[in-house]
Write a protein that binds this ligand. Sequence first.
Ligand code: PLP
Length: 364
Amino acid sequence: MSAIYNFCAGPAMLPAAVMKKAQQELLDWNGLGVSVMEVSHRGKEFIALTKQAEADLRELMHIPQNYHVLFMHGGGRGQFSAVVNNFLGNQGRALYLVSGQWSSAALAEAQKLVGDAQIDSLNIVEKHNGLNAVVLPELHKIDADYRYVHYCPNETVDGIEIFDELDSPWPIVADLSSTIMSREIDVSCYGLIYAGAQKNIGPSGLSIVIVRDDMLKLPSLPQSSIMDYRLAVEHDSMFNTPPTFAWYLAAEVFAWLKSIGGVASIAKINQQKAQMLYACIDANPFYKNGVVAANRSQMNVTFQLADESLDGAFLKEAEAAGLVALKGHRIVGGMRASLYNAMPLEGVAALVTFMNEFAAKHYK
Ligand code: PLP
């Protein structure tokens, strides 16, 4: 069978080497004669796995000692509510920066839960010559006392990425679901980072939370115990039975990333992949991307065909060529190619070849 390249925005491809290893040890993990899914999460073998996973993640992301690393349930959206419940209390105030679909969804969830606390929001996307551009606000000039400012540096649906670090007088809470480990970030700039696992880490359902120690002193709202950061810290992310298979795969992905040189090394490849694809889009009048160069996402490349009546043919022919899941999100339409860490350069090269051939055939 020839190669299939999966451009799905999530759940996404996992590294081939990880999938192969997982397949080999599916029925016999660690010489125990059973699957990793069948052993106690409190047994010494699984505990060793969790310690190694945390150590590897700390090394990959250079996480300082005053941050806790949590492996939680509930994916990205689970954290939309956890952040509010853990940090706002009854009288707190928070600011949400809106740059696309996911930051809007986080804001909507916060507004739903806020009770007597207060949520402010700021739209940070403007049109520059018809293209979406992020304009970061001068937060120091805002006269308010926020518990945190929430933002999403990569909008998976809209294909918008914010590469500049946010300069904030308040703790920054960041949704890194589709950014984490794709490029280097300075963890010490954040009060809390969260990420659904299903893009650069592992299977859906799991979420990674990296939280600075002092954030846990903020007054919280009554909430479900399994989403309580303080309990998660106290119980080493095992207040209840954790998603063990997802945790295992995440551990394998961290080990794989270390083996190929870590985040700095994959970041270079990610940059190369995105450049190849945007160059193809820019060179062909048949394709169009609606984001200014400085905010074009490296992980989720969105594009439209000049003639949208050809969308169906594009997707069908791409699939026949082994290039799958290129349909854009239902809210924005068009196409989207997600280029997470597991997507090899060859996958993007194959997509570029296909797009050039499709344009030559259909665009006169
Ligand atoms: N935040 C971002 C940036 C996402 O891309 C997604 C999902 O794709 C989510 C949050 C929601 O994640 P989940 O579906 O795991 O709740």
